[in-house]
Design a protein around this ligand. Structure first.
Ligand SMILES: C[S@@+](CC[C@H](N)C(=O)[O-])C[C@H]1O[C@@H](n2cnc3c(N)ncnc32)[C@H](O)[C@@H]1O
Length: 308
């Protein structure tokens, strides 16, 4: 505990140094303007330095580089250090990196090494882009990185990305929340090396018979199907999408009765999402009330007198 407190003091004083540098730039700008206080230049200079000593967690999207956000591209373009999840992030996104940026694949690093790079780089005034696949908040392992940065007073920001879940839904041409079929999407994964609370076991979640999207589970599809069958019917539609939005994207469709065999025959073992639920069925879609011609709501006067 004591060592940690000492470390924190040391980093606080480094953070103070960063503030000092900010002040120095402001003063310099003032001098350049012969004593005329250029407030705009002052703000710009401060912002420039604030941006520099910072870690950005970036959601790189599901694979297609065109699914990067504009904000993500702008930060990748400016980053001095890029640590990207090489096992999942499409390396094509690195085309936006500046020529002298330092690029590292986190698949070859452990957590301590990653944190160390972030800390040392930001202390040197560098802008760090930590690039995760999809959206960083879903199985992105950013929790422990955020905790560390907070402890060390290192500024960070999270730039959301398009989760592979949404690229999967797009590939399936599906609405995951069809009126009167399911209005709930459960995002989960089977227990693996990462422990999972027992109350969230797939067979328990299956009780809702909602739309369920299962990450990190295609390699154990038989077990997943067994658990789902606790409450879903054998003929419930299921799809498996591998590498959604990549050129090599694969889609398998079936039911709980045959999907395990289809997965086995296809050889799909990773980078896939399993979607289960009646929203994938062929049934007639019941339209949402939102666009019903008779309904009036705060944005539109309906033809009838029904109110949402
Ligand atoms: C560690 S999780 C990261 C999820 C990511 N944060 C997201 O929002 O998509 C990795 C898992 O996401 C899923 N995944 C990632 N990219 C995918 C893609 N392009 N298509 C289908 N599934 C994908 C797979 O289940 C894979 O095992």
């Amino acid at each position: 505990m004591q060592a940690k407190a000492a470390g924190q003091t040391e980093h606080k004083s480094e953070a103070q140094n960063q503030n000092k540098t900010t002040k120095e730039v402001k003063v310099k700008k003032k001098e350049e303007n012969d004593g005329i206080v250029d407030e705009e230049a002052k703000i710009e200079a401060t912002e420039e330095i604030r941006m520099k000593c910072k870690v950005f967690f970036i959601g790189a999207g599901p694979g297609d580089p065109e699914l990067l956000t504009i904000k993500a591209v702008k930060i990748i373009e400016k980053a001095d250090v890029i640590i990207y999840t090489g096992s999942l992030v499409n390396p094509d996104i690195l085309q936006y990196a500046k020529s002298d940026s330092q690029i590292m694949n986190s698949a070859k690093l452990n957590l301590e090494e990653i944190l160390n790079i972030m800390e040392k780089s930001t202390r040197k005034g560098k802008l760090v882009a930590r690039v995760h696949t999809g959206d960083p908040s879903i199985y992105g392992a950013i929790g422990e990185q955020i905790q560390y940065l907070k402890e060390k007073n290192i500024i960070f920001e999270i730039i959301p990305g398009v989760s592979s879940l949404f690229a999967t839904a797009a590939a399936l041409e599906a609405e995951l929340t069809l009126p009167e079929v399911s209005q709930t999407v459960i995002i989960t994964r089977p227990a693996g090396k990462t422990p999972k609370p027992e109350r969230e076991a797939i067979f328990r979640l299956a009780k809702h018979q909602a739309t369920m999207c299962i990450f990190l589970g295609v390699h154990m599809i038989e077990k997943v199907v067994d658990e789902l069958l606790t409450y879903y019917d054998l003929d419930t539609p299921v799809a498996v999408v591998q590498k959604a939005s990549w050129p090599e994207e694969k889609i398998l469709r079936g039911t709980l009765n045959n999907i395990a065999k289809k997965v086995e025959d296809s050889g799909i073992e990773k980078t896939a999402i399993i979607v289960v639920g009646d929203v994938l069925g062929e049934g007639q879609v019941i339209p949402s009330q939102l666009y019903h011609k008779d309904f009036t709501h705060s944005y539109r006067e309906g033809q009838g007198n029904k109110e949402l």
